[in-house]
Ligand binder design. Structure first.
Ligand SMILES: [Zn+2]
Ligand SMILES: [Zn+2]
Length: 382
């Protein structure tokens, strides 16, 4: 089969690989019909995630058609059109029985730190991902769900990570009726978090980024008030000014560790005189939220981070909430919102790229060329 393969930082290509076999009676093999590149894949692409091995296939956002099932699989059969959550989870451990699928204890030798994720380095279990013609899906009776007939392929792909994660980000913010919510980052997660904030009763939604085309999307897709932080000496002071000098009630960090990889790190290192790679969006959130406010962290961080303004967070009495999203738990509500027309997930998809051209796809997305927001990958076998 053809599959995306990691060859080292900033080097990916399409190679011939064996179709993955059933390794356990609970496995399914899925023929991928669409996959997406995620902002968090760029951390892998940039060589920033520990234990990302040459030869690995990325891709934790994918849908497809069941090709083959193991002998004990009961809920799926060959030919089913399925969506697969990015979390790999067993469904029966301490955490899974509490709905904490992202924290499953049985799917990763590093389970005390992180659960299992498709195509996300050996830190997250070493599973190959779905940017390929075929992918092995463990615990096939637990994670995948048959896509409803009324749902489009592109909406279904957005439901495997980006939309549930954005929605979860807004949920963790514990938004009360009329609250002012500020979202840092206008990538897919930030856009979905902003849109979801309205559904949870926000009275005002503000989105901060530096890419004008993404702020435009935040206005048209999420109906948010937007500010470009490069136009202000200090975006935190500006946010205070426009929120009665108290600050927002809720802040959502949809940026994470890497903060765009270039411009924000450049700003961090040069303009703000902080070390490169400090958690700038998180510190902006801590500074700009009001006392006793809530911060929801959705951006992806590595295991270690320094220079978080933890003392300020403590003295302000902030609530900090975070986790990887338990994707499947979000689906019933999100299906309702999509069917009711409140959410049109595929509105943020900007590029459809054949698998053979995935190297260009990564480059385009990483360099933010051609107003790229969300690229979808189409394998040739589909
Ligand atoms: Zn993702
Ligand atoms: Zn589990």
């Amino acid at each position: 089969m053809r599959a995306m393969v990691y060859r080292g930082p900033y080097r990916v290509r399409v190679e011939e690989k064996d179709v993955p076999p059933i390794e356990h009676p609970n496995d399914a093999i899925v023929r991928v019909t669409a996959a997406a590149i995620c902002g968090s894949d760029l951390h892998l692409y940039h060589g920033l995630m520990p234990d990302t091995r040459v030869g690995m296939t990325f891709g934790h956002e994918f849908i497809g058609v069941v090709e083959e099932v193991g002998s004990s699989v009961q809920n799926l059969k060959r030919g089913d059109r399925v969506m697969v959550p990015f979390n790999i989870f067993c469904g029966s451990c301490y955490f899974c029985t509490r709905g904490l699928y992202a924290n499953c204890h049985n799917v990763n030798p590093n389970a005390t730190a992180v659960g299992g994720i498709y195509g996300y380095s050996h830190t997250a279990g070493g599973y190959d991902g779905g940017q390929a013609e075929f992918v092995r899906v463990p615990f096939a009776d637990v994670g995948p769900t048959i896509i409803p007939d009324w749902m489009s392929d592109e909406d279904a792909v957005m439901l495997t990570d980006a939309l549930p994660t954005g929605y979860f980000g807004a949920q963790l913010g514990e938004i009360a009726e009329g609250d002012t919510v500020v979202v840092f980052g206008a990538g897919p997660i930030g856009l979905y978090a902003a849109k979801s904030s309205w559904l949870m009763g926000a009275g005002r939604v503000i989105v901060i980024d530096h890419l004008e085309y993404r702020l435009e999307k935040a206005r048209t897709f999420a109906h948010a008030e937007t500010y470009n932080f490069t136009e202000y000496d200090d975006i935190v002071v500006h946010l205070k000014k426009i929120t009665d000098h108290l600050g927002a009630d809720v802040a959502i960090d949809a940026v994470g560790a890497e903060a765009d990889g270039n411009l924000l790190q450049h700003v961090t290192a040069t303009k703000l005189k902080l070390q490169g790679g400090s958690p700038i969006a998180l510190n902006w959130a801590i500074d700009s939220v009001r006392k006793a406010g809530t911060i929801s962290v959705m951006g992806a961080y590595g295991p270690m981070f320094s220079a978080v303004k933890f003392g300020d967070a403590m003295n302000k009495g902030l609530t900090l909430r975070m986790n990887q999203c338990h994707v499947k738990r979000q689906w019933p509500r999100l299906f309702e919102h999509i069917q009711a027309g409140y959410l049109n997930p595929s509105d943020i998809v900007t590029h459809r790229i054949p698998l053979e051209h995935i190297a260009e796809g990564y480059h385009l997305f990483s360099a933010k060329l051609d107003e790229c927001i969300k690229p979808i990958i189409i394998p040739t076998a589909s």
